[in-house]
Design a protein around this ligand. Structure first.
Ligand SMILES: Cc1cc2nc3c(=O)[nH]c(=O)nc-3n(C[C@H](O)[C@H](O)[C@H](O)COP(=O)(O)OP(=O)(O)OC[C@H]3O[C@@H](n4cnc5c(N)ncnc54)[C@H](O)[C@@H]3O)c2cc1C
Length: 472
């Protein structure tokens, strides 16, 4: 166990008193994750420059102190929190947030790893630009790279990987790797930054990035479309892409079980279905464009096209069409997770399958639950446009015949097996790998991939001081 008092004193000398937190009440927020992950830290260090992070890592490397890089701590697989040993130092990036340089002509932003997504967008808006990864949390750019965040507009803009042009990383021994590539085209060897995308920070600490940014949309149009089945949801997606792919930015889908708690708990959110029961699925369709309304009226286009679908073959199974304000419809989508938490025990899944198999996978999962776990409600919702679904299971723990821990173990094993083996899917579509799903990485990752990842880890961090996730 490292000598906490000595380490704290050393770090205070190196970085100043306010860069080091040691009191239990100050450490709490860094030790628990948003949804999973709870540990105990040695202390929290909060250096404010890449040079200081380099010094910190060199110090920890020399002392054999294990380090957990942490951004905004909004990750959903428990990978941003220390383990329970009390030996890990949390390296918070929260003060590494000064660099934020925008080049509007290059359409790039150079940012520190600890810059928050909201701060980046607040600066970009003055240039008529935005970073197009959009989600219901406010993570840091470093954390977004380490988890390869997807978000609700992946359908149009891709994930973080697609919008990352360069990176600056501090390796476990303190070496600074500066690859802040400003060029859109630069085919000169290994694309080094990819080692650090979606690998939970275990290959290095991301201290800076060059991001591609996009013009702000001038108009958005949204509709909620009631669908009788998952098959209808997919047919509608296909029809929308065939005719409106250029302006289709989001295609989110919400099951009736996920929708009802939002309306029941939030009287201020208007329920377009009124007192009636929603159909099996509701699709939130968003179009957006940089064209002004006078050049192309997206609301009119959406209304006209959905009307035409309703009358044609694509309309089969469509039960309702509601046009409305984007902020009203997105409020429904963004209140789902929190509303489900008030309904009972929630076990969340972040699954993807090939888009064409989304309906079949969801039907199979629901059938499995109805047969063997009739006391569980499947409250699924998610990014069907990207083949992603958050299959959230909700139940009253007092009605379950076995303990929650047993049930969670069994459900995870069965649902992941169904997704990965039965439908060629992934057990982690967009949240990455961490203690919450480590055992499924171990189960479903092939030996050659694990050996290769292990070799990279052994080269970059031979003493394994970074993070808790294992990719070997
Ligand atoms: C309400 C809510 C909605 C969400 N919606 C979505 C969604 O729609 N799509 C989606 O993809 N995700 C979603 N997420 C999860 C999302 O992945 C995280 O919010 C985010 O990507 C993590 O960034 P962070 O700064 O919070 O990182 P943290 O949570 O602090 O860390 C996450 C991981 O990254 C590592 N890490 C953090 N910073 C660094 C760094 N600078 N260098 C190296 N490693 C680092 C950590 O060690 C950890 O392994 C949601 C989360 C919440 C709470």
């Amino acid at each position: 166990m490292p000598d906490k008092a000595r380490v704290a004193a050393d770090l205070r000398t190196m970085f100043g008193a306010d860069a080091v937190l040691t009191e239990a009440e100050d450490l709490v927020k860094y030790e628990s994750g948003w949804r999973y992950g709870k540990g105990k830290s040695l202390l929290v260090a909060r250096p404010g420059t890449t040079a200081d992070i380099s010094k910190l890592m060199a110090y920890c490397h020399a002392e054999g102190i294990r380090v957990m890089p942490q951004g905004a701590n909004t990750g959903l697989v428990g990978a941003s929190n220390p383990d329970v040993s009390g030996e890990m130092l949390v390296l918070s990036l929260e003060r590494l947030n000064k660099r934020l340089e925008i080049d509007p002509i290059n359409r790039t932003a150079v940012v520190d790893g600890g810059v928050l997504l909201s701060s980046l967008n607040a600066a970009l808006v003055h240039h008529g630009l935005m970073f197009p990864i959009d989600l219901g949390a406010d993570p840091t750019i470093g954390g977004m790279i380490a988890t390869n965040t997807g978000g609700t507009r992946l359908l149009k803009y891709g994930d973080v990987r697609h919008n990352l042009q360069g990176i600056e990383v501090v390796l476990a021994d303190g070496t600074v790797v500066e690859a802040l590539n400003q060029l859109r085209k630069n085919n000169t060897g290994l694309d080094l930054k990819q080692f650090f995308v979606g690998t939970s920070g275990i290959f290095g600490v991301i201290t800076g990035a060059v991001l591609q940014v996009v013009p702000l949309s001038r108009q958005h149009a949204t509709a909620l479309v009631g669908c009788a089945s998952g098959e209808t949801v997919l047919a509608l997606l296909q029809a929308l892409e065939r005719e409106l792919a250029d302006v289709l930015t989001a295609y989110e889908v919400i099951s009736a079980n996920a929708l009802n708690p939002v309306f029941a708990q939030h009287r201020d959110i208007r329920n377009p279905y009124g007192t009636g029961q929603p159909p099996a699925y509701t699709a939130l369709v968003e179009l957006s464009s940089t064209l002004p309304g006078m050049a192309l009226d997206l609301s009119e286009v959406l209304e006209e096209r959905l009307g035409a679908f309703l009358e044609g073959d694509a309309g089969e199974g469509i039960t309702d069409v509601f046009l409305g304000k984007p902020e009203d419809f997105w409020a429904i989508r963004h209140h789902i997770s929190e509303s489900l938490r008030n309904e009972g025990k929630v076990l969340a899944f972040d699954i993807s399958v090939p888009r064409s198999r989304m309906a079949a996978f969801t039907n199979a999962a629901v059938a499995l639950l109805e047969k063997d776990y009739p006391f569980i409600r499947a409250c699924d919702f998610g990014h069907w446009g990207d083949g992603g679904t958050h299959l959230n299971l909700v139940w009253d723990e007092s009605k379950a015949p076995v303990t929650t821990a047993e049930l969670v173990r069994e459900l995870q094993a069965r649902i992941y097996e169904l997704a990965v083996k039965g439908f060629d899917g992934s057990y982690s579509a967009e949240h990455g790998v961490g203690p919450h799903n480590q055992q499924f990485y171990d189960t479903y990752t092939s030996d050659p991939v694990r050996r290769l990842s292990g070799a990279i880890k052994a080269h970059l961090d031979p003493d394994r001081i970074l993070g808790t996730t294992r990719l070997d």
